[in-house]
Design a protein around this ligand. Sequence first.
Ligand code: CDP
Length: 232
Amino acid sequence: MGNKTNSIAIDGPAGAGKSTVAKRVAAELKFACVDSGAIYRTAALYFIEKYGDGAEKAIEDKALLKEELKKFAIDFKVDPALNFTVLLDSVDVSSKIRTQKVSNFVARVASNPEVREKVNERLRSFALKNKVVMDGRDIASCVLPDSRLKVFLTADAKIRARRRYDELVARGEAADLNDILAEVIKRDEMDEKRPVAPLVKTEDALLVDSSNMNAEEVIQHIVKLAKKEFEL
Ligand code: CDP
C-alpha cells in the first residue's frame, strides 16, 4: 500500500455517468476532479475547427500530426465549486466540446499514441500535486496505475444511451435515441479494441454496474469505498 498515490481512478464506457459521479465524489471528499475525456474532446475540437471534413485525414498524416501537436496548448482549471473547465489555447471550450460532431470524432483522435502522450503528461503532472478523482478509459491501467482506489463504472448500453438522450433533451437539444445508441456502441467498440490504452477493467478495479442504480446511489457507494481505502 505504501506506494499508492492519493488518486481515485474511475474508468468505464461512454455514458456510464463517470463525469457526474467523479465530480460529486470529489466534492464529498474534498479532492480535485479531472475529466480526462474532456481533454481528448478538446484535441478533437482543435482538428475539427482547423480541418473541417478533412480532420480524419489530418490526424492520419503522421508528420502533420507531429507538427500540429506542437502548435496547440490544452489546459484545464478546477474552480472551488469543482467546475471543470478546459482551455484550448487559453480559450474556454467547455461547451463546444459537447457537440455530437466532437462525440463522433473523439475516439478516433484518442486512439492516436502521440495525442495520448501529450494528454497523459498533463494529467500525471496534475495528479502529482493534487489529491484527485480522475475519470476516463485508461486511468487505472495506464495514467495513474498506482491509484489507491480504482473503480470500473459501467451500465447496459441501452441504459447509457437513454441517459445521454435525457441529458440532451433536458438541455433543449435535438436528440435521436437510436442515433445515440449507435454512437455509444461504436465508441465502446473503438475504445475497447484499440491497440493503445484500450478501455479495460484492471484486475484490482472494483466493478460498479449502475444499470439499476441512480446517480446518488453510485456516488454514495464510491464515497464509502473511498473513505474505507483512504481511512477518512
Ligand atoms: O461521452 P463520455 O463522457 O462517456 O466520454 P468522455 O469521457 O468525454 O470521453 C470521450 C472519448 O475520449 C472516449 O470515447 C475515448 O475515446 C476518449 N478517452 C480516452 O481515450 N481515454 C481517456 N482516459 C478518456 C477518454
